[in-house]
Design a protein around this ligand. Structure first.
Ligand code: EPZ
Length: 420
């Protein structure tokens, strides 16, 4: 397993191109299953999650080609079940359920595995599909669904932690081919849902309200192929923005969408960053004192849970104490113990982490545990004095395109050590 070797204490400077959004492309790839015609998706990041999703689509019979950032998908002859071992391994694969059910009226998937950040239930996904008329049976680690017909319905999708992003995606996709009108209340408002709805409407779907908590979908007989340019990855952009502040540098994020990053930019400004917006770019300046901030993760447009670990890495340098509360997932503080190996002072009190900042971090070997925790450890390693080795960076490769190359071009001293 590969690791990153990082020489800390260097301010990042320069420009970085933000890649297409991982969390937009995964459900959009699944949406291509809704038609037998060819779909073309551009600005696709070369991530292991994207390649994995491609293998999952091939396992249900779709043709997948991925070249130079463009995905060409053709789901002409597909079946309602795939390679369970593959499906079980990636949470995002749950969003093939809705399209397969809508297209074939039957689908079987393996229950997605949980992961280190939580149990990741799918009760809301199943409630949604049942509301459209699906019969669901869960047995032996598999979800078996059949639906002689799908009828539009009113579905409230709010769960114990608020809306569900992929649950909204699943229902949205299934509803495009249902008879009649579906209304989704307490739908996820993330930009990735808007991007999915834009793609589905380009395929001939009739969706209104994307980006708001209430979505209205009028079912159609069939969908046709479409082409689509992905939105930029707001979490990759946020990660590089935090890295600029944490190293006291100045970084311009080419292609970022500031309108997708309101909560993160607000917190960075509160922490002392200076932010300049210009056409198609966003410049983040660090260099002054890092001030402590309190934050609570919330559904969009609140502070995103996918940026919580990265902000915690920054707060380790703040002149004072910060309180970071995680309200979306039940255990998303795995990075705290690894940050403490670098000298951070963090106490976990239930859903909150109390970060006593100010003591300089010093390099040490640390272990990545999940995608965003890995990003936090890279940020902390670049801010720390001395050398940090981040092990198991395969977690990072799931969601960041060639991160060490992009950071290297900003002046970071970081190299990939091939694993044993
Ligand atoms: C998406 O996951 C993202 N993944 C996650 O990003 C992100 O953290 C999450 O949304 C929240 O924003 C992709 O888009 C591929 P949820 P998703 O359903 O849809 C509970 C990353 O780092 N819940 O919105 O699976 C759930 O347990 C990843 O890029 C139910 O209770 O998340 C959680 O507490 C990590 N029942 C909350 O809702 C359900 O049926 C939000 O989960 C579904 C979810």
């Amino acid at each position: 397993m590969d690791s990153f070797l990082i020489e800390g204490g260097i301010a990042l400077r320069g420009e970085v191109n933000i890649s297409g959004s991982k969390n937009a492309v995964l459900p959009i790839m699944a949406a291509a299953l809704l038609t037998a015609e060819t779909c073309v998706i551009r600005r696709v990041p070369d991530l292991s999650d994207v390649r994995f999703m491609g293998r999952i689509l091939e396992s249900v019979g779709a043709e997948v080609k991925f070249e130079d950032g463009t995905l060409t998908l053709r789901a002409a002859n597909i079946r309602g079940f795939g390679d369970y071992d593959l499906i079980r391994k990636m949470r995002g694969s749950i969003c093939i359920l809705g399209p397969l059910l809508a297209r074939l009226r039957e689908a079987t998937v393996s229950l997605p595995g949980g992961c280190v950040i939580g149990t990741r239930p799918i009760d809301l996904h199943l409630k949604a599909l049942q509301a459209l008329g699906a019969e669901i049976r869960v047995a032996g680690g598999y979800v078996y669904t059949t639906a002689p017909r799908l009828d539009g319905a009113l579905v409230f999708l709010g769960g114990r932690a608020g809306p569900t992003v992929l649950g909204t995606a699943n229902l949205l996709m299934a509803a495009t081919l249902a008879e009649g009108v579906t209304v989704i209340e307490s739908a996820a408002c993330e930009p990735e849902i808007i991007d999915l709805a834009d793609f589905l409407n380009a395929m001939g779907a009739k969706i209104h309200g994307a980006g708001s908590p209430t979505l209205t979908i009028t079912g159609v007989k069939e969908l046709h192929g479409a082409e689509h340019d992905l939105i930029p990855d707001r979490i990759e952009a946020g990660t590089f923005a935090v890295a600029a502040v944490a190293t006291g540098g100045e970084v311009t994020l080419r292609g970022a969408r500031p309108d997708h990053m309101g909560a993160v930019l607000d917190k960075l400004q509160e922490a002392g960053a200076r932010i300049q917006r210009s056409a198609g770019a966003l410049t983040i300046k660090g260099g002054g004192l890092v001030r402590p901030v309190d934050l609570t993760t919330m559904p969009y447009s609140g502070f995103p849970t996918d940026m919580q670990a990265q902000l915690m890495a920054l707060m380790c340098q703040a002149q004072g104490t910060s309180i970071i509360t995680e309200r979306i997932f039940e255990s998303r503080f795995m990075h705290a113990s690894e940050l403490m190996r670098l000298g951070a002072e963090i106490a976990i009190e239930g859903p909150s982490a109390i970060v006593k900042g100010g003591r300089p971090l010093s390099g040490a070997p640390v272990m990545a545990s999940d995608l965003r925790a890995s990003a936090a450890l890279v940020i902390a390693g670049m801010a720390a004095g001395g050398t940090t080795q981040v092990h198991r960076v395969y977690h990072l490769d799931r969601g960041y395109e060639r991160m060490e190359e992009k950071l290297g071009r900003l002046g970071a001293r970081i190299s990939r050590i091939p694993g044993e």
